[in-house]
Design a protein around this ligand. Structure first.
Ligand code: FAD
Ligand code: EPU
Length: 345
């Protein structure tokens, strides 16, 4: 275990804001967890993977605990690969290593920044695949009882960018590992239309992986170059009735029919509200992908919060649709939300 008091968080989250915390602790094995959290009890603390889905809205007045638990174990039977992965493993590296071994199933989820242990929290998804279709269990230490729990995927409450880890058991679990099961008989998932168009030649695990990487590079800013946390807002789900009204006024509105409603493309709404490229202090609506808010020019936390507020307000005014942020807002003592901050702007 390594304990550090160099408290800058700038390189520990992908928005790269100039924010600080009191202490940083790195966890490298499961047996360190009970002792560390016993010491932190009743004191502010935040578990962090790669910081690619968080916005620090101010300095964090507590301890940041980094998940760096490694290890990948693969067991195979005649039909499946069963894979147990340490929560601190890097997700994009894990996906690349599966592709290199010829193990299919993960390739559509290439290049999603973050740790494997964070992946079930918002049930990461991209290009037609969500984590829950691959995940068999999530292992965590219950921070109240110090017991290790292996929760079957069926009990994780997975939904669109959602899981039990954001609700019922939020704040008292440390996710230490994730289990996956993928069939040896690989079937490509090319349900995201543009994917097959960008594959030249044979459809293989590698060619799908490369098409996903190429598509992502063409749309999404690299956080190492321009700070961002991916899609800032979730794609809102509205009723079929509201959708049909919206379509009367905006015939080109982009929506995907679900069983109980329609999921709108928030990027389209923000784009059509004329906000692409909008600057607010050092923060900007990404000129190529309006759903991504970026930090191109040493933005302060308030710049990003102010821009998020402006985007949400304009989309609500124009389309009558309220956006919810996907990015987790972190205040001085723990999680907060845009609504709670608007009055302070
Ligand atoms: P962090 O940001 O470090 O943490 C996220 C939350 O989980 C925090 O509240 C944290 O306290 C909590 N947490 C972290 N680790 C643990 C743990 N071990 N136990 C308990 N709680 C924990 N997401 C998608 O779904 N699809 C995409 O296509 C996608 N593309 C992206 C592209 C870019 C350029 C970026 C920057 C982000 C993108 N994201 C995407 C969002 C992000 O990659 C995912 O949410 C990712 O799973 C976050 O992992 P992380 O380790 O960085 O989590
Ligand atoms: N669009 C615009 N203008 C824009 C951006 C998008 O008109 O500026 C339109 C596109 O033309 C397209 C539609 O909106 O018709 C959807 O865009 P895209 O396919 O790029 O996907 P998205 O809805 O913006 C979602 C996820 C991404 C994921 C991609 C690919 C959410 C919130 N976002 O983005 O996930 O990578 O699909 O599957 O669901 C993330 O969660 O951080 C993330 C990046």
């Amino acid at each position: 275990m390594h304990e550090s008091y160099s408290s800058s968080l700038k390189s520990l989250h992908t928005f790269h804001l100039d924010v600080h915390c009191a202490h940083i602790i790195e966890i490298t094995s499961v047996d360190q967890i009970p002792k560390v959290f016993e010491r932190l009890e009743n004191r502010p603390h935040l578990i962090l993977g790669r910081g690619s889905n968080v916005l620090f809205v101010e300095d964090f007045k507590g301890t940041v605990v980094l998940n760096r638990i490694g290890g990948i174990e693969i067991v195979e039977d005649s039909e499946f690969y069963h894979i147990h992965v340490g929560g601190g493993e890097d997700w994009p590296d894990f996906v690349s290593s599966m592709v290199d071994r010829g193990i299919g199933g993960f390739e559509n989820l290439a290049m999603i920044p973050g740790c494997v242990g964070s992946s079930p929290i918002q049930n990461i998804g991209a290009y037609g695949v969500e984590l829950d279709s691959l995940c068999t269990y999530v292992e965590y230490v219950d921070l109240q009882s110090a017991q290790t729990v292996r929760l079957p995927s069926s009990e994780c409450g997975f939904g669109y960018r959602d899981s039990i880890f954001k609700h019922d058991i939020k704040d008292h679990v440390f996710i230490t590992a994730v289990g996956f099961k993928v069939p040896k008989l690989w079937q490509p998932n090319l349900s995201y239309g543009a994917l097959s168009e960008s594959i030249d030649g044979d459809i293989t695990i590698k060619s799908v992986f490369e098409a996903v990487c190429q598509t992502r590079k063409s749309k999404l800013p690299d956080p190492d170059e321009i700070g961002n946390a991916g899609s800032f807002f979730k794609n809102p789900v509205i009723s079929k009735a509201q959708y049909s009204q919206l379509k009367d006024t905006f015939p080109n509105v982009v929506g995907f029919e679900l069983e109980h409603g329609v999921k709108l493309a928030a990027g389209w709404l923000i784009d059509q509200a004329g906000l692409k490229g909008t600057l607010y202090g050092g923060a900007q609506v990404h000129p190529n992908q309006a759903l991504v808010l970026t930090n191109p020019n040493q933005a302060s936390p308030n710049d990003v919060v102010g821009l998020a507020h402006l985007v949400r307000r304009d989309v609500l005014e124009k389309f009558g649709v309220e956006l919810q942020h996907e990015v987790r807002f972190i205040g001085a003592l723990g999680e907060t939300h845009l609504d709670a901050l608007v009055s302070q702007l």
